[in-house]
Ligand binder design. Structure first.
Ligand code: FES
Ligand SMILES: [Fe+2]
Length: 433
């Protein structure tokens, strides 16, 4: 009698399968990381370290995938890929989110191949195995396969969390629990912008020729913001600086910034909106920085004069002049929540030298393009800024590939880069231990 066809659990763990010598060498790189300095070149160029990053960081933590505006209706889905992983994030009939590994349980084909769409059942394009939205195998033509048990071949599932309209996924068997605490911090800041009543105005996918950590490092400082003339119109280029660190050419900007910040805080107190800085980038597993900060000019939006870019206020917000509520989450996202629109940024590593950066502009769901907002104007500042950032990241990737590269010191204003790297090193070391 032949045995029933049952799946074997064959999930391998790279860290434990590496030859002891190689693992020791990699562990030493982490151990001897020089605090306050950029990482050694292999962190940005070595395929084995990239695999460890996928296992220890992207395989263990809560990862930003998208927002509710990307899957408003049952059957709507997005696919998100990072490293070797591909996940389907799908809105189910109950209003919840199912996260399924996008790997057919027959011979492993990608089940859904589009970046986004809407579907009933999920049909694999190879031999038509058909799965329900829950991932159960509901149809597989199997003539003569008496022992074939469909129940054993459901798509593998992962975890999801939806907080204030942001969707997070985690493929670890047991996701880190401190995300609950982190979400309690950011929910009150973001909820008033009500993402459930927004729609996508535009989504941009850029592939940067850079390691994902370089993309994140670049985002965590504004030391380079002289290279962002469009952004500098609305975002005070004094970000990351404190009294005593202000260079002479920014003194006037700093004074304007302080004045704008105190009047923003006064308005926030009046409206009951939180604005205080919470900065725990390397002191918790789900690292976060959140604050509400003033914008230059009219203080409403990312435009040259700071005026609104969409005429429709988000949620039940009382005022357009709310600056930007900005959030950084480890490991792969940052956000700007404004009165008139929201921008989400997600970084999805492809390999050790390439990363997908996905930027999504959300506006009120009743805002009409061409009437309430001009798409070109809405997206101009960050489209330009993203291209400039892509160029900066790529310059660093090229540098890391040179034998002449050696780690250089982070400046005081780059303390968040240091915090990001601290977080990363701690998390990987914990995983390798
Ligand atoms: S690989 Fe999907 S049905 Fe065969
Ligand atoms: Fe930048």
């Amino acid at each position: 009698m032949s045995a029933p066809v049952l799946p074997l659990n064959s999930r391998g763990k790279l860290a434990s399968s590496l030859p002891a010598e190689q693992l020791a060498e990699i562990s030493q790189l982490f151990e001897f990381r020089r605090t306050g300095y950029s990482l050694d070149a292999p962190f940005y160029t070595d395929p084995t370290i990239f695999k460890i990053d996928m296992e220890a960081i992207f395989g263990q933590h809560w990862i930003f995938a998208g927002s509710v505006a990307e899957l408003p209706e049952p059957g709507d889905y997005i696919t998100v890929d990072y490293g070797p992983y591909s996940l389907i994030v799908l809105r189910n009939d109950d209003g919840g989110v199912n996260v399924l590994h996008n790997v057919c349980r027959h011979r492993g084909a990608r089940v859904l191949t589009e970046a986004a769409g809407s579907t009933g059942n999920l049909v694999c394009g190879y031999h038509s195995w058909t799965y329900s939205a829950e991932g159960n195998l509901i149809h597989a033509s199997a003539p003569g396969e008496a022992k074939f048990d469909k129940n054993c071949f459901a798509l593998k599932r992962a975890h999801s969390r939806e907080v204030a309209g942001l969707i997070f996924v985690c493929i670890a068997d047991e996701p880190p629990t401190d995300f609950d605490e982190t979400s309690k911090i950011f929910e009150p800041y973001l909820a008033p912008h009500d993402l459930s009543k927004t729609k996508i105005a535009y989504q941009q996918n850029i592939i940067e020729e850079g390691n994902w950590k370089l993309v994140m490092e670049n985002n965590r400082e504004c030391y380079h913001c002289d290279g962002h003339p469009e952004l500098a119109c609305s975002l005070f280029p004094t970000w990351g600086l404190t009294e005593g660190l202000i260079p002479a050419h920014l003194e006037e900007v700093w004074d304007r910034n302080k004045e704008a910040q105190s009047s923003l805080e006064e308005r926030c107190r009046r409206y009951g909106l939180p604005y205080e800085v919470v900065e725990e980038l390397d002191t918790r597993i789900a690292g976060i920085r959140i604050s509400r900060e003033s914008l230059d000019g009219e203080g409403e939006s990312f435009s040259a004069d700071g005026r609104r870019l969409s005429k429709k206020l988000l949620g039940d917000l009382p005022d357009f002049r709310l600056g930007r509520c900005s959030m950084h989450l480890q490991p792969n996202s940052w956000f700007h929540f404004l009165g008139d629109h929201v921008i989400t940024f997600g970084v999805f590593p492809i390999n050790e030298h390439q990363s997908l950066v996905r930027t999504t502009w959300l506006v009120a769901d009743d805002a009409v393009e061409g009437v309430d907002y001009d798409l070109e104007k809405l997206t101009y500042t960050w489209k330009q800024t993203n291209l400039q950032d892509k160029a900066f990241v790529e310059l660093c990737q090229q540098g890391a590939g040179s034998p002449a590269y050696e780690p250089g010191p982070y400046m005081k204003s780059e303390y968040q880069v240091e915090a990001f790297i601290n977080w990363y090193v701690q998390r990987v070391q914990e995983h390798l231990a």
